[in-house]
Structure formats: C-alpha cells, structure tokens
Ligand binder design. Structure first.
Ligand code: GSH
Length: 237
C-alpha cells in the first residue's frame, strides 16, 4: 500500500501544503488505498527535505510532480488518460504556473504579512520547547524571506505580488468557465493541483490576505473547490 508522508490536516484542509493536498486528492480521485504519516518532523526523513513524499514498498518518491508521474505510470487507467496531447500540454503548463508562481504568493501571504506571521508562528512553532521557540521561528521566517528573494517574487511589493497571483487565478477561472472539472465531466491531475491551492484559500479561515480575497472572488473556482472537497474529503466538510 502507498504510504503518504505529509504535515497533517489544518481545520477543513487535509494539509497546509498545497503539494500534499494535490497528492492526497490524486490518490482519492484514483481510488487508491493509502495510509498517511503526519508531522513536520518528517521533513528530516524526506530525501528532498520537503513534503510530500511517498513510499511504495521499497520505493520512495519525493516531490508532488514526480509522485504523480510515478502513480500515473503505475496504474492501468491514468487519471489524465482521457486528455488529448494538447490538453495534457495545457494541464502541464497550468500546473507549473500554480506550483512555481502562484504558490509563492501564498507563501508570501502566510509568512511575510505580519498579521499572518503571528498566526503561523503559533501554529507551526507553538509547541517548541523553551528556549528554541525564542529564535527558531524567526530563523525560519528569515530563510523563507531569502527564498522569496532568490525566486524573484520577493523583490516585488506586496501589492505587486497580489497582482501576480491574481493573473494566475484569472487564467484558471477563465479556463474552468462553467465546466465541472477543467477538462469536462471527469477530473484530471490539473483539478487535483488547483484544489491543492484553492483549498488553502477557500476552506481555511486561518489566514487573511488580499490574494485570498481575490481567490474567493472567483465564484467558479470556489464552486470547484467545494465540489471536490464534498466528493473526495467528505469527512472534512
Ligand atoms: N516541488 C515540491 C515542493 C514541495 C514543497 O515546497 N513543500 C513545502 C511545503 S508547501 C515544504 O516541505 N517546505 C519545507 C521546507 O522547505 O523546509 C513538490 O511539488 O512537492
């Protein structure tokens, strides 16, 4: 059986990491039995020092994109099997837009906006023993700030970062239109990737940020998020 290593549920969201949500949603959409291991300490055993990763018997696969490629190849009927090569190309491009661009607007909203930092430092570091809790949270935040700068997005103002994210959200919303899923009546890996991100914005009230307001202003993306949550994560509704 597949073992999924992730952080753990945050309220109604099955994980605070969009990448962990993407993989778990994929496992549920493809009806695969799996068991979970949860906790930030798992970062230490992760081959890429990030979550998620999976174990399938003796094989370990890290990174949501590698995991989905591995799982797609492993089963008889792939989740994207109904897509044409052209649709698969669009799905790939949009997924990377979420993973490599939109994701960082979420990181900025959670870690850099001061009012959310207060929440995140309690949520993620609240149980650290004294004196670690005095300096570890600020060390990690400094590291996140550095990564945002290196990525490039951290060189923009908060207002510009929201604008960058809102272009991606508009593209997703325009592409979804009135369809149930991004490519019609059947879900695909793109639906799992979008849900990974949108679930953070729509299903959790833990954080507030302009990018969250923008995400919630797209009625069709909100409808898509609730539909996937209701169907694949009924225990969290
Ligand atoms: N490219 C990776 C990204 C995974 C990732 O960035 N995970 C974050 C949580 S959202 C993480 O583990 N961060 C911990 C760290 O960087 O120390 C994937 O697709 O799985």
């Amino acid at each position: 059986m597949i073992e999924l290593f992730k952080f753990g549920a945050l309220g109604k969201v099955c994980d605070p990491s969009p990448f962990c949500v993407k993989v778990e949603t994929y496992l549920r959409m493809t009806d695969q039995p799996y068991e979970v291991h949860t906790g930030a300490h798992l970062l230490r055993s992760s081959p890429k020092s990030k979550l998620p990763y999976i174990r399938d018997g003796g094989k370990i696969v890290a990174d949501s994109t590698f995991i989905l490629h591995y799982l797609e190849a492993r089963q008889d009927e792939s989740l994207d099997g109904h897509l044409t090569p052209e649709q698969q190309a669009i799905a790939h491009g949009m997924t990377k837009m979420i993973d490599e661009n939109l994701y960082w607007t979420l990181v900025h909203g959670r870690w850099i906006l001061d009012h959310n930092w207060v929440i995140i430092s309690k949520l993620f570091f609240g149980s650290l023993p004294f004196p670690l809790k005095l300096f570890v949270p600020n060390m990690v935040r400094k590291n996140v700030r550095r990564r945002l700068k290196e990525h490039g997005i951290g060189r923009h103002s908060s207002q510009e970062i929201t604008e960058i994210g809102s272009w991606d959200l508009k593209a997703l919303s325009d592409f979804l239109g009135n369809k149930t899923y991004f490519f019609g009546d059947k879900p695909s890996t793109l639906d799992a990737a979008v849900f990974g991100f949108m679930s953070q914005m729509v299903l959790s009230d833990a954080f507030s940020a302009p990018i969250i307001d923008v995400a919630r202003s797209h009625a069709n993306l909100v409808r898509h998020t609730h539909a996937i949550q209701d169907k694949y994560f009924p225990e969290l509704v």
